[in-house]
Write a protein that binds this ligand. Structure first.
Ligand code: G1P
Ligand code: ZN
Length: 543
């Protein structure tokens, strides 16, 4: 087997975003595009020769071909062992777990998460470090810089590797080990949760549906919910991972999992419904005629997580990304545990988790996780909720209403304006930013702005500073608008506008969030001069 250095030209668009590199498949397929990126990544790692690397993916189109390219580069770069999920499949949380379990120096995860799939869809490559945590800022900046100067990569003339059979194969100095995609993760969930206790819910007749959206979690969910916990056969739907997700957009929210939402608002609704995204790190939970807002979910998990024996006495603190609603803040306060506010993106939770400052964290974008592994974890979130239902004997709706009764309901909504011209979106943000000093005291549609700032973060563990993470506009302590640009799109720009409003008037707890937040939504369009700067009047996605 020959190892050769191949000359290459750098691409100038390989800067990492919120979660690694995300591009259209057509971009990824360009000559040496993956080769450049992966070699740039390896060039930024230290002392990896002879060490273990994990490779996983969500199975979307091009996963299989990209993996073969990456394997050749990794072998040429002299990794000692490469652990790879069968058929190249590992969910993001399973990859994170496998990295730690097998003491790898990190892992490459091929996924564009909840972005659309199919041959014309998106593809993504991200790297998790030895803690199974998304590459921290320092490393992503280094890799981005390296992609702009790279002039060679290493590869080999080895044949494609058979990834369908579990076992080991040797190529040069590297052992390639194909492992079950699900076994390690499922065992770990059984260590964390009391499966016997959860099983009683099903034994006592709880009806359940889990929508894997034809994405990566199907095999995990069938094994856990049907085979082990005893949910009725067929409770897991869209359970076969398909390269094009069977035409579904694998993003579990009110827009893209509408079929599930519609079912939950009929008389035939099961007692509990959940769904997860392309790579299995996001979750959505629904109850009959009831949607559990992810920000409320984080608040309730903070209240009850340590009723689960694995977490008893371990709730050191909790963190939310800044745009996540302040519902969890009240719980942290009443429980007297620290609350941290981080920029958007799971990588900012990593240091807090490693340092033991927090036990639990979450984002409004349907992400939650704990110190059990350092990615967000969709199936974990569902199991945590089922455990809490089993521990408390209450329903999702009861627990949520109790939260509202105690501290008011915080309406939370994200309005996304997708596919904007990048220049327009940047101008809008720049103008808004320039207005910040003049905003306090301004009245818009009868609401007075009390504070405005551009969110900056100092990592409490490393003191690393991160600026420009979203423009926050506050109207007293109970109403807020946040503007930021998405960092996960594959082309153009997406403006994210987060709206929050707390009401303590129980007569309004059942208001429709769109109505409750209508004024704030209108204000967001006025103060950003949205129509003039982008030509848009209405969001393209509301979640
Ligand atoms: C989005 C979400 C963010 C999440 C990320 C990866 O990023 O807003 O919370 O961490 O996807 O799942 P954005 O596109 O807003 O940069
Ligand atoms: Zn995801």
């Amino acid at each position: 087997m020959d190892i050769t250095a191949i000359k290459t030209e750098p691409y100038n668009d390989q800067t990492l975003g919120t979660s690694g590199l995300r591009k259209r498949i057509s971009v990824i397929k360009q000559k040496n595009y993956i080769e450049n990126f992966v070699q740039s990544l390896f060039d930024c790692l230290e002392d990896f020769e002879g060490k273990t690397l994990v490779i996983g993916g969500d199975g979307r189109c091009y996963n299989d071909q990209a993996i073969q390219i990456i394997l050749k580069i990794a072998v040429a770069n002299q990794f000692g062992r490469i652990i790879i999920g069968q058929n190249g499949i590992l969910s993001t949380p399973a990859s994170s777990h496998v990295i730690v379990k097998y003491e790898a120096i990190g892992g490459i995860i091929l996924s564009a998460s909840h972005n659309p799939g199919g041959p014309d869809g998106d593809f993504g490559i991200k790297f998790d470090n030895e803690h199974g945590a998304p590459a921290p800022q320092e490393l992503t900046a280094k890799i981005s810089a390296r992609t702009r100067t790279i002039d060679r990569f290493w590869t080999t003339d080895m044949p494609d590797v058979d990834l369908s059979t579990i076992g080991e194969q040797i190529f040069g100095n590297t052992v390639i080990q194909v492992i079950s995609s699900v076994d390690d993760y499922v065992e770990y969930m059984q260590e964390i949760f009391d499966f016997a206790k959860i099983k009683k819910l099903f034994d006592n007749g709880m009806t359940f549906i889990y929508d894997a959206m034809n994405a990566v979690t199907g095999p995990y969910a069938v094994r856990i919910f049907e085979d082990i916990l005893g949910a009725e056969k067929g409770s897991v739907i869209h359970e076969t991972p398909l390269p094009d997700f069977g035409g579904l957009h694998p993003e579990p929210n009110l827009t893209y999992a509408k079929h599930l939402v519609d079912l939950m608002y009929t008389e035939n609704a099961p007692d509990f419904a959940a769904a997860s995204d392309g790579d299995g790190d996001r979750y959505m939970i629904l109850a009959p005629s009831f949607f559990l807002n992810p920000s409320d979910s984080l608040a309730i998990l903070s209240q009850y997580l340590d009723t689960i024996p694995f977490y008893q006495g371990k709730l050191s603190g909790v963190a939310r990304s800044m745009p996540t609603s302040f519902a969890v803040d009240g719980v942290a306060k009443s429980r007297n545990i620290p609350l941290y506010q981080t920029p958007t993106g799971w990588k900012f939770f990593g240091n807090l988790l490693t340092a033991g400052k927090i036990a639990l964290c979450g984002e409004e974008s349907f992400g939650a996780g704990s110190f059990h592994l350092q990615e967000k974890d969709g199936i974990w979130a569902v199991l945590a909720w089922l455990s809490i239902l089993a521990e408390t004997g209450k329903t999702v709706e009861q627990l949520t209403r109790e939260l509202w009764q105690k501290q008011g309901r915080v309406f939370a909504m994200l309005q996304s304006y997708e596919g904007l011209a990048t220049e327009d979106a940047c101008t809008l943000m720049a103008r808004l930013n320039a207005q910040i000093p003049n905003l306090p005291g301004t009245q818009v549609l009868g609401e007075t702005i009390t504070e405005a700032f551009n969110f900056a973060y100092t990592d409490p563990v490393t003191d690393e500073q991160t600026q420009n993470q979203g423009i926050c506009i506050l109207f007293g302590s109970d109403k807020r608008i946040v503007f930021r640009l998405s960092g996960t799109g594959s082309c153009g720009a997406t403006l994210r506008v987060y709206l929050n409003k707390r009401t303590t008037d129980s007569d309004h707890f059942n208001d429709c969030p769109i109505d409750a937040l209508a004024t704030l939504a209108e204000i967001s369009r006025i103060i950003s001069d949205l129509k003039k700067l982008t030509g848009r009047q209405m969001p393209t996605a509301i979640t």
